[in-house]
Design a protein around this ligand. Structure first.
Ligand code: PIR
Ligand code: CA
Length: 317
């Protein structure tokens, strides 16, 4: 049985790939997509989402726009996605309409209408929508199967020395998510910095030779340059689909059970995901896990396979 997921995203070049992996992989049933302000403002991340779904031929999935800004703080654009949030490609006119509901309500309705413990939440942007949904309908906390999120890191930061963008943009929302008694797996930078779009990966995508693979090449071309300039990387890490890959095949990501707390007060550590790795301090019923290692070959096999599948399906109408 395919695993049902809700993808809550802020596209974003890597969010785009997460959408493709989620819909292009047969073991995932993408039941809803929600958008959040993050890499760019909500209006842009939502427009980008509809464009990505259109080019990838992902129809019949409800899409709703969520929160425009973090719970308490001002939003901030990311440094690697360009003015539009998705520079490097031309988006088609969307062929689907937005769901009339607010994204937070689409999350709540989808979870409450499904059988208990059948929906996995996969957030790949700031956690504003998820935190809002938890406060509006707390029963979702025991009702979802698990939360597998891209964000944070045990030993790495990218939005400060110790904090990752998705968490640092809305640390209070992240605190709410990590503090609740549901299963949370943190796919942080320790893992995603191993998911690099190398020359070999790009060559494999180029060989697919579909309109969708061309689109992905446009994404990766811009992303590589932006990542080089802004973050000093030779090859860009493609963060968000790693969270989807973890749902498809948990053994792709090596994790440890560890308490994770989000710093919401620190002058220099705001948004840090403080991960307790001392064995004596890890309770037996610890409900949070931190990802550490990645089987990058299998990750790219899954991702490229999904881009191939969707590209052929879209080309055949
Ligand atoms: C990636 C992101 C933000 C800033 C940088 N420098 C790189 C976005 C990605 O979409 C991903 O979800 C997460 N935030 C990685 O920090
Ligand atoms: Ca993202």
């Amino acid at each position: 049985m395919a695993q049902k997921i809700i993808l809550d995203c802020d596209p974003g070049h890597d969010d785009a790939i997460a959408l493709m992996l989620a819909h292009g992989n047969p073991d995932i049933d993408l039941v809803a997509v929600t958008t959040v302000g993050g890499n760019a403002v909500l209006e842009k991340t939502t427009k980008n989402t509809l464009g990505i779904l259109t080019i990838a031929g992902i129809t019949g999935v409800p899409v709703a726009a969520g929160c425009v800004r973090p719970l308490i703080r001002e939003g901030e654009d990311a440094d690697v996605h360009g003015e539009s949030g998705l520079d490097g490609v031309v988006l088609p006119e969307p062929i689907m309409e937005l769901d009339r509901r607010h994204g937070v309500d689409l999350i709540i309705d989808t979870i409450m209408e499904a059988e208990p413990k059948t929906i996995t939440l996969v957030p790949t942007g700031p956690l504003t929508n998820i935190a809002m949904a938890m406060r509006k309908e707390p029963r979702i906390i025991e009702r979802v199967k698990e939360v597998v999120l891209m964000g944070g890191g045990v030993h790495v930061g990218n939005w400060s020395a110790v904090a990752e963008f998705n968490i640092k943009i809305d640390p209070e929302a992240a605190h709410i998510v990590f503090d609740a008694p549901w299963e949370v797996t943190m796919i942080g930078l320790d893992v995603t910095h191993q998911a690099l779009a190398t020359d070999e990966v790009v060559a494999r995508i180029k060989a697919l030779n579909t309109p969708l693979s061309e689109f992905v090449l446009g994404l990766f071309g811009f992303f590589q340059e932006a990542y080089r300039d802004a973050q000093g990387f030779e090859f860009p890490p493609v963060h968000d689909p790693v969270a989807v890959a973890r749902v498809i095949d948990p053994s792709i990501v090596g994790t440890v059970r560890a308490p994770i707390r989000v710093e919401i007060h620190g002058d220099y550590t705001l948004g840090m995901t403080v991960t307790e790795l001392r064995p004596a301090h890890i309770p037996a019923d610890c409900n949070t896990r931190a990802g550490l290692t990645l089987d990058a070959d299998r990750f790219w096999d899954l991702t490229i396979d999904a881009i191939e599948r969707l590209g052929k399906a879209a080309a055949n109408g």
